[in-house]
Structures are given as C-alpha cells and as structure tokens.
Design a protein around this ligand. Structure first.
Ligand SMILES: Cc1cc2nc3c(=O)[nH]c(=O)nc-3n(C[C@H](O)[C@H](O)[C@H](O)COP(=O)(O)O)c2cc1C
Length: 198
C-alpha cells in the first residue's frame, strides 16, 4: 500500500489519489506496483522493471532499491524515467514521465530502521542483479547476514529513489473501446490539461 503524506494539491495528484482509492476498494492486487523504464545512454539500451511505490510525499513518488543496481546506473546516466501503473480491477493505466533522484541518506536510515529484519537482511546480503553460482549461495549469504549483521544499520548501497512527474496520462478503458485519455503536463508551475484521442 502507498503511504500518502502531504500530497501535492494539484489536479493530477488529486486524481491519482481518487483512482488509487477506488482501485483498492475494488481489491486491486499489487496496487503499488509500477513499471519503471530507463535509458542507459552508455549501452544505448532501454530497460524496464517493476518496483513498489512506498510513499507519495508532496509531489514525489518514492521507492527503495539497491544503489549499485543496473537501474541505479541508468538513473545516474539519464535521470529521466517513464513509469506505468495498470490497475486491471478498474481498467486504468497511468503513464508518468518524471525526473528521478536519490533520497537523502538520513531519510534512508530512518526508513531502514522501521523495516522488518528479514527485508533488511535481504537488502544487505544481495548484490542486486549480479551473477552468482547458484540460488543456494544466495540463500546461504542471506542466512549468514541474518545471523551476523546489524540489521538496523542501512548500508550505503541501499536507499530510496524519488521521482517528480512533469507529465501524467490517465487512460480509462471503456467497453465501447472509446477509451478516455486525460493528459496533464507541467508548464512552469501550472498543469495544462488536454484530452488526447484513443
Ligand atoms: C511487483 C514487483 C515489485 C518489485 N518491487 C521492487 C522494489 O520495490 N525494489 C527493487 O529493488 N526491486 C523490486 N522488484 C524487483 C525488480 O523488478 C528488479 O528485478 C530488481 O530491482 C533489479 O532490477 P535492475 O536489474 O533493473 O536494477 C519488484 C518486482 C516485482 C515483480
């Protein structure tokens, strides 16, 4: 579930919150899951993966990950992403284009302390996306960390990413196939609203 904190009052954020509530009422599974697409300019490669949004704080969507992972490398090289929610229970897609950055170390430290020790053991033990000899090695390393490490201390290679949208597209499926698409685009400090064709 997403934790909403002092959410921006602009129209697209209000709409996001309203749709999120309806999706939860309709029992949407993985309602916080979002696909994040990146561009790695060194490899000239686009990539995507799901993450879980944990917080919407002001105008920032926040998730947590490994700072040495491939996605983190891509954010460094090209700090712009495109992200997608799809809530099948209400047939809504939300497309977001945004600028992304790391959250402050003090924020990561606080957040880490409040997580379960099992989650933290995995965060500490995993060199995310690096090759390993076997799955057994992954499990052994996890168990070793669980026994021996301080599980309240956030490692410097783990933390949050916050992305701030400059573009939202709300796509609402319609049984007639005449689907509705509302675009909100940031223009200075204002959000311009347009309808686009299905
Ligand atoms: C529903 C779902 C939620 C996920 N949430 C996260 C997350 O919050 N943070 C994370 O690092 N990986 C998460 N993952 C795993 C990522 O999709 C991905 O495998 C991992 O972050 C490595 O990505 P990278 O190699 O592109 O850096 C999630 C996967 C799924 C299917």
């Amino acid at each position: 579930m997403i934790d909403f904190r002092d959410v921006d009052q602009a129209k697209p954020y209000k709409l996001f919150k309203e749709l999120y509530k309806i999706a939860v009422l309709e029992n949407q599974k993985n309602v916080e899951a979002i696909s994040i697409s990146t561009f790695n300019s060194e490899k000239s490669e686009v990539d995507s993966r799901f993450v879980n949004i944990k917080l919407l704080k002001g105008a920032e969507f926040i998730f947590f990950s490994n700072y040495k992972s491939p996605k983190s490398e891509a954010f460094k090289l090209h700090p712009q992403i495109t992200a997608l929610f799809y809530w099948s229970a209400i047939d809504v897609q939300i497309r977001i284009k945004a600028k992304i950055k790391k959250t402050p170390a003090s924020f990561n430290d606080e957040y880490f302390k409040k997580r379960s020790k099992h989650k933290n053991a995995l965060a500490i033990s995993s060199n995310q996306s690096q090759f390993v000899q076997s799955y057994e090695d992954v499990v052994n390393k996890y168990n070793e960390v669980l026994e021996t490490e301080n599980l309240l201390k956030c490692p410097n290679f783990w933390g949050g990413f916050a992305f701030t949208p400059y573009y939202f597209e709300f796509w609402k499926g319609h049984e007639s196939r005449i689907n509705k698409r509302d675009v909100y685009q940031l223009n200075g400090t204002n959000w311009d609203h347009k309808i686009i064709q299905p």
